[in-house]
Design a protein around this ligand. Structure first.
Ligand code: COA
Length: 164
């Protein structure tokens, strides 16, 4: 899909593609019920509470991908200081819209965003989509012994139980 227009002068960054699709970083356009519904069905965030999704997307550089009728069909978010570092998360395309190059277009637009230029490190985690991100320069860790993590895979489940 071709990128036919891009602008960074306004607070929102919007790119129009073929077929009337649009990618925008306008938080107010996001369909957070759709995003939450999708994320609860993924392998990485089952049981994530709706309010956690909203807080995470609001505090990220969040991208929505919209069909010509305005309905959201995909998206992702970037956790970033907009100067040195970024972490790509929650990349998705609705099942009915897959296989048309939409996620590749989304990645091109994300990596062209004016606030994500000149970073020293861009990271992400994936179980099986390495081949997607490899097309944009991502590799396995070059020095894994220098990277550490602290993981709490049950955090959302506990949150749900605590709320009961
Ligand atoms: C992964 C996902 C975003 C791909 O969206 P899509 O719009 O159907 O993908 P595209 O049509 O843009 O093509 C994706 C490209 O990545 C490649 N790829 C590598 N791993 C892949 C994977 N696990 N799933 C889909 N495509 C993958 C495809 O082969 C394709 O490359 P090619 O066209 O050069 O052959 C979509 O399948 C999805 O939402 N999956 C569920 C959520 C998910 O797993 N997100 C990624 C988390 S890291």
């Amino acid at each position: 899909m071709l990128d036919s227009a891009a602008s960074s002068s306004s607070p929102t960054f919007e790119v129009k593609g073929e077929d009337g699709h649009v990618i925008s970083d306008d938080f107010s356009r996001l369909d957070l019920d759709l995003v939450h519904g999708f994320l609860t069905k993924t392998y990485w965030s089952p049981e994530i509470p709706r309010e956690t999704v909203e807080r995470a997307w609001r505090n990220s550089l969040a991208f929505g991908l919209y069909a010509a009728d305005g309905a959201q069909v995909g998206g992702c978010r970037v956790v970033t200081d907009r100067a040195t570092f970024a972490y790509l998360a929650d990349v998705f395309i609705l099942e009915s819209q897959r296989g048309k190059g939409l996620s590749k277009w989304l990645m091109r637009v994300v990596f062209a965003h004016p606030d994500l230029q000149g970073l020293r490190r861009f990271m992400l985690a994936t179980r099986d989509a390495h081949g997607l991100y490899a097309q944009y320069g991502f590799t396995a860790l070059t020095a894994p012994e220098r990277i550490m993590e602290r993981v709490d895979p049950d955090v959302y489940r506990r949150k749900k139980q605590d709320a009961r």
